[in-house]
Ligand binder design. Structure first.
Ligand code: SF4
Ligand code: SF4
Length: 419
């Protein structure tokens, strides 16, 4: 029995909400110059890099907070358990690549990349992932901001952007997606590479256990080696097991008895996966976007886990986002947490919290604030929380016994702390 093609409204709704929010932020910024938009407020990749730099250096990257970290962890968990739902439903670059591709389809200028080129090209995103993670985890600055086309476009080529790199990235994003299907996502996106590594979760977990065990045994293994191992093995697994991601508890299934081989699922798959030739889709590029399900005209033929639950990936994504938002608002990690007092000074130090320091907004300004504090007698340490523009300062209570005067002084100390 034939069913009418209605389009993938759930995916469209997610994509529209993301773009509406970004548009709202831009308009508000344009109308209200005192408003500072944070286009990375929920950036999962930035959050994961910040978590890495926290584990390696004890400080968060740039303006990242626990919110982005929790979003990143939830979306990685989603990738390991289900699929790359962020890529399918939320990523603005993915949406732009898809739209550009649709224009190319209308103009009939699409070119299919040959398999012999596809394999080597897939290595590029793992190289970018390695470089991005290595430089971020060893500096607490988000290296990807230098070339990220999203960050460059939304901030109007902000201060961290290397204009030349970003322009090249924007041209590749648009021109690449116009000629080849999802060129950026498949070959260049470092977050795509990271989520792919998590699709082979047991391998990633095994490597991590070995690294932790070797360090616990006293072997100080430089960070570069585990990062290289993740990147190289991720690429090798993607090439060798491209069609065999497992476990894959949520997957697209095709009923061969009712399938008429019309090929609509394959031609509507943004990832160019040959859905019509598969009994179940376990391809590394499948992100459960659901486009194939909506394209199939036959009832009970293309399904999720042989059931009519096409809403499931969208619902799972909503659950992961809500969990990330809740966890991100409950826990809080400091951007920096530095102490320079002696053991005795620290044991007797008092703590004061000062809010509203708008100039303390990232790793760089946190370090500047702490450097200024170090020059003043009677201060022994500081933690900064850039999401709330708050600092917690360790001080000598015998030198400063007027709390409100001290707060005033610490508030004034932020002047001159700017990037
Ligand atoms: S196979 Fe279906 S769900 Fe997977 S990416 Fe292609 S269209 Fe989306
Ligand atoms: S599963 Fe694909 S090929 Fe088979 S009927 Fe549905 S759209 Fe056509």
């Amino acid at each position: 029995m034939k069913i009418k093609y209605k389009g993938n409204l759930l995916k469209l709704a997610y994509q529209s909400v993301v773009f509406a929010l970004l548009f709202f932020m831009l308009i508000r910024f344009w109308l209200d110059k005192s408003y500072t938009p944070d286009f990375e407020a929920y950036c999962p990749f930035g959050g994961l890099q910040a978590l890495g730099s926290f584990l390696n250096l004890g400080s968060l990257s740039c303006s990242m907070t626990t919110m982005q970290i929790m979003m990143g962890l939830m979306l990685l968990l989603a990738a390991a358990l289900f699929s790359k739902l962020f890529c399918a439903y939320i990523c603005p670059l993915g949406t732009i690549s898809e739209l550009t591709g649709k224009i190319a389809d209308k103009l009939r200028i699409r070119v299919k990349i040959n398999e012999s080129v596809d394999g080597p090209l897939r290595a590029v995103k793992y190289m970018l992932l390695f470089a991005t993670l290595y430089f971020t985890l060893t500096s607490s600055e988000l290296f990807c901001r230098k070339f990220d086309p999203y960050y460059a476009a939304m901030t109007g080529f902000g201060s961290d952007v290397v204009v030349f790199y970003a322009l090249i990235a924007i041209v590749i994003l648009l021109a690449g997606s116009l000629i080849f299907r999802l060129f950026w996502c498949r070959y260049l996106c470092p977050f795509g590479a990271l989520t792919n590594i998590f699709r082979y979760f047991w391998w990633f977990a095994g490597l991590s256990v070995i690294y932790v065990a070797l360090n616990a045994a006293g072997l100080k293994i430089p960070l570069v080696y585990p990062l290289l191992a993740y990147a190289v093995s991720g690429y090798v697994l993607e090439i060798l097991r491209m069609n065999r991601v497992s476990p894959s508890p949520v997957r697209i299934t095709r009923n061969e008895d009712t399938c008429t081989s019309c090929n609509l699922c394959t031609s509507n798959c943004p990832q160019e996966i040959s859905v019509a030739e598969m009994k179940e889709v376990r391809h590394i590029d499948c992100n459960l976007c659901g486009d194939c399900l909506h394209a199939c005209p036959e009832k009970d033929t293309l399904q999720i886990n042989r059931r009519n639950i096409r809403w499931l990936p969208g619902a799972l994504l909503a659950a992961m986002i809500i969990a990330g938002l809740i966890l991100g608002s409950v826990f809080e990690l400091p951007t920096i947490n530095v102490k320079w007092g002696t053991e005795e000074q620290l044991s007797q130090a008092k703590t004061i919290e000062v809010e509203g320091l708008n100039n303390v907004k990232c790793y760089g300004t946190s370090v500047m604030y702490s450097d200024r504090l170090k020059e003043i007698e009677g201060f022994y340490g500081v933690s900064t929380y850039v999401g709330k523009h708050t600092v917690k300062v360790l001080y000598d209570g015998t030198l400063y016994n007027d709390e409100s005067a001290l707060k005033e002084m610490l508030f004034r100390l932020q002047s001159g702390v700017e990037e």
